[in-house]
Design a protein around this ligand. Structure first.
Ligand code: ADP
Ligand code: ASP
Ligand code: MG
Length: 406
């Protein structure tokens, strides 16, 4: 059986007209002799009646305390509604279809509410439907623990559902349908000249997604890579070719000697809502332990970490800022905070150590009047922390500097 997983994001199923378009793509796949498994997100975006943010607001406007378990129950409803409506749309076109919850699809997770990991998938229920010629429409973003608690897979997690089902049912491909033409050289909402990348390696798109390019969830990419299933990112509204994500072999090639040999920067990603924290103490084991143990205890994940002899500098997501302040106050640390920061990242392959890459980044940012607050690099990325007010200018400047506009 040639199984294809087709995932449609919230904006792709936002109106009846769009749902008919989606249904006709699914039906065309069926008519081509394939067995589609559809995965859907909650209908619409922030502000729409059944969108995830709306459901969260309904619950948190009544009580905003420690509530992760119950929030997962209400959040899972958005995708369930969407699966029934889309399944009915497919049925109205004369095809057999059935809405399926994450629980029914056999998606078993750990109990990390709000950001659960999938432990295993029992594919029997979906295989039975496919064997009967029925098109399953699975509610994305959700699973269930062994103990029967409903969980969600982290914001944007319907992509993960699609990849997990692709792996569990040995699909030939996982298709992610969204509201842009594919994976692009930067967020097209920020860079008007952003171009579609026709073919990209799992590792590169993973880094892009992890550094803020939300077009596909990093965990979904990791699963697709693990199972070596090609993933395509396409526009629901057009027939453009989109992007194919596959294993490329350029990591096996020799490291290049210069930046000019090939345009090795593939994309610029960015994320905002970051704060930079500096904690002032002279290096000593006790203070280091207090700081690090508390950050771990309160599950604060830190990034861009630089430890100097007289101060420790790192960044956190703004959502964790209050937790960090409490830790620093309670332990009487001296500290300073720069709020409203953003991180801009250039992604490529084998860029570390290539002469000129960092130079180009510094030049492009300083010519645009942007100060770099901190920087970091890895084998495939170079990131700079800047003030949030400069992010649009920064992404566009780096996009142009690395010739991605052309
Ligand atoms: P969906 O609801 O379909 O899952 P998302 O909003 O999660 O859609 O992801 C699609 C959005 O990702 C696009 O509208 C675009 O603004 C944003 N995006 C950010 N970076 C990129 C990029 N490099 N390429 C394409 N889209 C990007
Ligand atoms: N509806 C969920 C969210 O908004 C999951 C998703 O869209 O993938 O995060
Ligand atoms: Mg998404």
């Amino acid at each position: 059986m040639d199984i294809i997983v087709q995932k449609f994001g919230g904006t792709s199923v936002a109106t009846e007209e769009l749902r008919k378009k989606v249904a006709s793509k699914v039906v065309a796949t069926k008519e081509a002799g394939k067995s589609p498994i559809v995965v859907v997100s909650a209908i619409g975006r922030r502000g729409d009646n059944y969108a995830t943010d709306t459901l969260v607001n309904m619950a948190t406007s009544v009580y905003d305390g420690d509530n992760a378990r119950d929030l997962d129950i209400i959040m899972s409803v958005g995708e369930i509604i969407s699966s029934v409506i889309l399944s009915n749309t497919i049925k109205s076109m004369g095809y057999k279809s059935q809405a399926v919850t994450g629980f029914q699809a056999g998606i078993i997770t750990d109990n990390h509410f709000g950001d659960a990991d999938v432990l295993k998938v029992d594919n029997k229920y979906l295989m039975d439907l496919l064997n009967k010629g029925i098109i399953p429409v699975v509610a994305g973003f959700q699973g269930v623990t062994e103990a029967g608690e409903i969980t969600t897979l982290g914001r944007g997690g319907s992509d993960t559902t699609a990849a997990i089902l692709g792996e569990a049912l040995h699909a030939e491909c996982v298709e992610i349908y969204t509201d842009v033409d594919g994976v692009m050289t930067a967020d097209p909402r920020v860079v008007k000249k952003a171009k579609v990348i026709e073919e990209i390696d799992y590792e590169e798109i993973y880094q892009m997604a992890d550094e803020g390019a939300k077009v596909v969830h990093p965990r979904a990419v990791a699963v697709a890579k693990r199972s070596n299933i090609p993933m395509k990112v396409k526009n629901t509204l057009s027939d453009s070719k989109g992007t194919i994500i596959i294993q490329k072999n350029h990591y096996l090639r020799k490291a290049r000697k210069s930046l000019e040999e090939e345009n090795m920067i593939r994309a610029i990603a960015h994320k905002s809502n970051i704060s930079q924290i500096s904690v002032f103490f002279d290096d000593n084991m006790e203070d280091n332990d207090i700081l690090m143990n508390n950050l771990t205890k309160f599950q604060v994940s830190i990034d861009l970490i630089n430890f100097f002899t007289d101060k420790k500098v790192f960044t956190v997501d703004n959502k964790d800022l209050n937790k960090v302040k409490n830790i620093l106050e309670e332990n009487k640390f001296k500290y300073s905070i720069i709020k409203n920061c953003s991180k801009v990242t250039a992604i490529g392959h084998k860029i570390r150590g290539i002469p000129g890459v960092m130079g180009k980044i510094v030049r492009a940012l300083s010519h645009s009047g942007i100060n770099i607050l901190q920087s970091s690099d890895s084998y495939t990325t170079i990131s700079c922390l800047i003030k949030e007010e400069h992010i649009e200018k920064a992404v566009n400047a780096l996009h142009a500097e690395f010739n991605l506009d052309k």
